[in-house]
Design a protein around this ligand. Sequence first.
Ligand SMILES: C=C(O[C@@H]1C=C(C(=O)O)C=C[C@H]1O)C(=O)O
Length: 251
Amino acid sequence: MAADSNSEYTLDSVRKALERQEDTIIFNLIDRAKFPLNSHTYEQHYATIASILNFLFRNTEAIQAKAGRYKSPEENPFFPEYLPKSVVPDYPFSKILHPGAASVNINKSIWALYFQQLLPLLVASGDDGNYAQTAAADLSLLQAISRRIHYGKFVAEAKFRESPKDYEPLICAQDKEGLMKLLTSERVEEMVKKRVEKKAMVFGQSVSLERDDDDKTNYKVNPSLVYRLYDKWVIPLTKEVEVQYLLRRLD
Ligand SMILES: C=C(O[C@@H]1C=C(C(=O)O)C=C[C@H]1O)C(=O)O
């Protein structure tokens, strides 16, 4: 989002940015689902690297860090302990978030959920030998999911600015449950889940030039899985980021 000025920064503008990120996540789900599980990608078969995934992920993050990716407050690395310094000048991003935002990074939880719970539901079993391409698809999808979840920092800041007097007492009391209750909007959550399910139907349908009606039964990714992805992981983890950010907001 990188609002050009704080005046453009509202809960509505943040929600519009979250909506736009849905497209990126769904197309990355479609891309990963092109490959079977390709478990070889994740196993240690080589003396010099932990796995093809690990090798590609750490080196890609390192290159992207040198190009300045993680200077953006919207980006959070999976392996921050291995990142080289950026070689490009800093971009003057709007100072929207409280400095404590930099210490909020739940990518280790996202990584575990992705490989233990989501991936087995997303892909077919099997091996087609495309291990580097599979790892690249995992990387892109994990970065898209992580970006969306950590956008919770911007959501939380917008909510705090809208009603600081509601949030300050809960932050002072470090009341996680109270903060979670105050920031939750079940109406918005249900709308988000239904919208991503519908997008999965639209983006994932097979388009035919021979038939007038496109095939609306064979989707590239199961729309109900996308609903479940948001319901069980993306939304709860976004709210966890919101709470963690708010707990530090008055530091
Ligand atoms: C992101 C927000 O905060 C919470 C998380 C939501 C989500 O992850 O989609 C939606 C509504 C809220 O419960 C929001 O209010 O828009």
